[in-house]
Design a protein around this ligand. Structure first.
Ligand SMILES: *[C@@H]1O[C@H](CO)[C@@H](O)[C@H](O)[C@H]1NC(C)=O
Ligand SMILES: *[C@@H]1O[C@H](CO)[C@@H](O)[C@H](O)[C@H]1NC(C)=O
Ligand SMILES: *[C@@H]1O[C@H](CO)[C@@H](O)[C@H](O)[C@H]1NC(C)=O
Length: 430
């Protein structure tokens, strides 16, 4: 156990990332932040409705992305020392040219402050499939020196005369936020309201929602990313994150944070494991990073900026009308960050009578029994690429990423392997 911790700390230092977690202990530490969550800097315990200062709430902030012609600003909430959450739609609509390189997240300060760099981002798996109303997580380029980062707490298990508020960023440059007192709305009442007002659009319903409405206040409309928070025992907890609302005094839906929390914890725990996204039968994308959160889906422009290698092979066969299979081994190494590895196969000649599209599959080769393969993140990982086809095809691999220069991987692996007996080779599942 001690040894595992040492590695975690080592990696934390070397990658500037504290969250490569091997044990529950580390995870718990991260989420609860040693009980230091949900603080505010107000000298009084009364919360006034109306205008407040962002400096009071260190977990409230914005993501700023300066594009060529425009400066985009989106609300975020800090939920762990390295993760802020935002509305998936808000993040998705931002152009993705150098998104990570140019974006900054400013927390508990006005936007004239420099902010923290963005390491990566990822959408909840619901996004685009079940609903547009879901969360995006943004991983910050934080390190062990940034002890001033103070996330909001997860919702408490038991409510003790809670007071709900919604906080929205009013004017980021002038440090102002808006605070509304809220009342909880029963889910049935909420549904009825949306049906009656014809705002009941299937794809806009979050998978998990809480409903609340503003008690008082001027006419207003929630912007997405409004934080539904509660204060209990002098601590602030995040209950929900707003989606575009019909009007502050109408029942409004918020993404229920407690239901998304496991996804966030998993995203942190799975750092270092590869992900495979199937784009089509003949197109697969593999990613693997030792320090970034897992991502799925097509490569964004920033992920394909640095080429590691490419390969293009023509496989001549047929026409035999019999299915052929070709198998390649593909190994990803721990000294490289694979932001996107694209596997594609297509017919060498385009002909109308080619009915059967070629099919590509990635299979994991596990060098050790499963528990080690899936929990241990430093080893190289082997894949078998299988291609099924009838006519001549072209097989293409394009790997993008960067070399990891900060860490002496050999030394580290040597030390780690000294503790592990080398188990026999077994074939892993897909
Ligand atoms: C981690 O937590 C899970 C569920 O919370 C539990 O089943 C498991 O035994 C824990 N593992 C360790 C090493 O504590
Ligand atoms: C913005 O923040 C900076 C540094 O925290 C501070 O010096 C400045 O006065 C703030 N501006 C406003 C308008 O509050
Ligand atoms: C792929 O790797 C496995 C295990 O290391 C090996 O048994 C197999 O022969 C390799 N296949 C090819 C085509 O190199």
């Amino acid at each position: 156990m001690k040894f595992v911790k040492l590695i975690t700390v080592l990696q934390g230092l070397l990658f500037g990332n504290e969250a490569i977690s091997y044990s529950n202990e580390t995870l718990r530490e991260h989420h609860n932040n040693l009980g230091n969550c949900g603080v505010d800097k107000s000298p009084i315990s009364v919360v006034y409705e109306g205008i407040g200062k962002i400096e009071t709430y260190p977990w409230l902030g914005v993501l700023i992305y300066p594009s060529n012609d425009k400066r985009y600003i989106t609300s975020v909430v800090l939920v762990t020392r390295q993760i802020v959450i935002a509305s998936a739609m808000d993040i998705d609509k931002l152009p993705k040219q150098d998104f990570r390189a140019r974006s900054r997240v400013v927390l508990g300060q006005n936007c004239s402050n420099p902010g923290i760099r963005v390491k990566d981002y990822s959408y909840h798996p619901d996004y685009n499939i079940n609903t547009y109303s879901t969360l995006a997580l943004i991983q910050l380029e934080t390190n062990y020196l940034m002890t001033y980062l103070q996330p909001i707490c997860a919702p408490p298990r038991a409510l003790d005369r809670p007071r709900f508020y919604v906080m929205t960023i009013d004017d980021c440059k002038r440090s102002t936020i808006k605070i509304h007192k809220m009342a909880y709305v029963d889910p049935e009442q909420c549904k009825i309201f949306y049906k009656r007002t014809e705002l009941d659009i299937e794809k806009m319903w979050p998978t998990h929602s809480v409903c609340a409405k503003a008690l008082t206040g001027v006419e207003c409309v929630w912007s997405s990313g409004a934080a539904l928070v509660l204060r209990q025992n002098n601590k602030w907890s995040l209950i929900g994150l707003g989606i575009y609302g019909p009007g502050c005094k109408a029942p409004s839906r918020f993404l229920e944070y407690s239901q998304y929390k496991p996804w966030i914890l998993n995203s942190i725990a799975r750092i270092g494991r590869p992900t495979v996204s199937r784009i089509s039968t003949s197109h697969i994308i593999l990613r693997r990073s030792l320090s970034n959160v897992q991502r799925y889906g097509p490569c964004d422009p920033e992920e394909v900026k640095a080429e590691l290698f490419t390969d293009r092979t023509k496989i001549e066969r047929g026409p035999t009308y019999k299915k052929q299979r070709v198998r390649y081994n593909f190994t990803i190494f721990s000294n490289l960050e694979y932001s996107c590895v694209v596997f594609r196969v297509y017919h060498y000649k385009r002909a109308k009578w080619f009915k059967d599209k070629p099919y590509i599959r990635l299979k994991r080769w596990c060098q050790s029994p499963k528990p080690i393969c899936y929990s241990f993140q430093l080893l190289q990982i082997d894949f078998a690429v299988e291609i099924f086809f009838k006519e001549s095809v072209v097989y293409q691999v394009m790997a993008y990423g960067r070399e990891v220069r900060l860490i002496d991987m050999k030394k580290l692996m040597g030390r780690v392997n000294a503790r592990k007996p080398y188990p026999p080779v077994v074939v892993g599942a897909d």
